[in-house]
Design a protein around this ligand. Structure first.
Ligand SMILES: [Zn+2]
Length: 205
């Protein structure tokens, strides 16, 4: 299964998440916000790449994809964000995670034809973004819903998520799961315009 972390990089929690993964010998995929990449945070993305963990795009300012298309913000929200993230991470961006999990046909077409990236959604939501979420609730949501081939939504900007992660990794290992990046999960380079919900639920373009 593939753990994913959105909305970073953020000093403190993003570093805790990467350190916990490294300590346990586990892998994940990150979806960074272009606007959060700056001189202070870019080394976090470079480190993720160095440890074999891909960094995808989560747009420049966390705008919904249909809104990006309606407001003509494609260049900044998609192209500039990808370029900024790729420069920081040292690797090309091959996947985009839509904010709030929403992608319409117009944005899908732009991402396929223009940016050449796949769209990474998920089949398990940790609800670590919800009001009242705790390390315990996050751990329970993940371990109760995970299946072989799952893509799991988490956020490396929450302290309760960073606190839950070592316990989640232990629990997953005890259940016999192995963590991989999304690229490993789907066993190939992500295809432009394809939507990846899990290893077994891929919507072709
Ligand atoms: Zn997000």
């Amino acid at each position: 299964m593939a753990l994913t972390f959105d909305d970073g990089p953020r000093a403190g929690t993003s570093q805790q998440v990467t350190a916990a993964l490294r300590r346990a010998g586990d892998q994940a995929t990150f979806f960074a916000i272009g606007g959060a990449v700056n001189d202070a945070t870019q080394t976090m993305l470079r480190n993720d790449t160095r440890y074999g963990m891909p960094v995808g795009s989560h747009t420049m300012s966390h705008m919904d994809l249909p809104m990006i298309m309606r407001s003509g913000a494609e260049h900044r929200e998609f192209d500039e964000a990808s370029a900024r993230i790729a420069q920081a991470s040292g690797r090309p961006v091959t996947l985009l995670r839509p904010p709030h999990g929403v992608a319409d046909e117009a944005s899908r077409q732009y991402l396929a034809d223009h940016l050449g990236v796949g769209i990474a959604l998920y089949d398990v939501d940790s609800y670590d973004w919800a009001v009242g979420a705790t390390a315990r609730s996050v751990q329970w949501k993940v371990t109760a819903q995970v299946r072989s081939g799952s893509i799991i939504l988490m956020h490396d900007i929450h302290r309760h998520t960073a606190a839950a992660l070592p316990h989640i990794l232990d629990a997953l290992r005890a259940k016999g799961y192995r963590t991989v990046t999304i690229t490993e999960l789907i066993d190939r380079y992500p295809r432009p315009g394809y939507v990846y919900y899990s290893r077994d639920n891929i919507i072709p373009w």
